[in-house]
Design a protein around this ligand. Sequence first.
Ligand code: FAD
Length: 310
Amino acid sequence: AFDVLVVGGGPAGAAAAIYAARKGIRTGVAAERFGGQVLDTMAIENFISVTETEGPKLARALENHVREYDVDIMNLQRAAQLIPASSEGGLHEIKLENGGSLKAKTLILATGARWREMNVPGEQEYRGRGVAYCPHCDGPLFKGKRVAVIGGGNSGVEAAIDLAGIVAQVTLLEFDSQLRADAVLQKKLHSLPNVTVITSALTSEVIGDGQKVTGLTYKDRNSSEFHELELEGIFVQIGLLPNSDWLKGTVELTSRGEIIVDARGETSLPGIFAAGDVTTVPYKQIVIAVGEGAKASLSAFDHLIRSSVE
Ligand code: FAD
């Protein structure tokens, strides 16, 4: 059995594995795809101390760093079920989709999240070439340009307010007949001179010139007419889905599926920790996931040294 078993090999899982291995304890990482969301990212300019890098390059660096240590890396392994220890100090079990099973004294759950997509023509083709999901990451790339934000919930309205300070013009498109964001955010949004809000709008296509985004088409749900907007960027803000379906009924989750953790990264179950985008920790960023992974790992170590000797 492992002392620490990390589930997930993104920035949070990689950091957790390195911190555990440096304590000289038996450490394993089971990941469906080592690298996580970083693999789907092109320009990364906000991982502090690395001025500029590309996702696949950073993912390789994460893996190489983990491989410097005695860590059992189990790539292409998808966890299907968590069976918590039946008694304090017992072993937790992770059942894998391939039928295998792994046991550990402590667990660090770091299975990340994924952006909800619009599923319209052009979205995949222009992903990273005008279609973006993270205003903190990609906002500055659109300085002085025109962008749309899709989604009028809190994250969409926050993104529109944020982007309005960087870009020339923001158009916020909401499917419903009204925005769903908090009133205080809506008030701020409406006070901004370079933001236009269009409600009852169903985005139907991302348009591009083969290289990059040049606009989008939306359907006015009241008149059923289609309209076109010319712009350079589209920020999709219709939800971030935590990869926690497999945990339902075990560790406590919020209604949105985020694993509830305390300040030390511990979940509702003793000896089971979590880190990164899959948790309730706000602001889903690489630098934050790395810090949270390190923290959860130190907490797991602290748990181990306090557990009764068998
Ligand atoms: P993830 O990176 O999501 O990793 C999760 C890991 O868990 C993966 O290895 C996955 O395969 C694995 N996994 C999932 N389910 C299971 C399972 N059931 N069993 C086993 N393994 C599983 N952040 C920035 O700071 N700067 C940026 O510029 C930036 N740009 C981004 C651009 C894009 C297009 C995207 C999608 C995200 C971007 N982000 C950026 C966000 C950043 O990538 C995430 O915040 C970060 O990767 C979260 O790390 P994580 O380790 O928590 O999760």
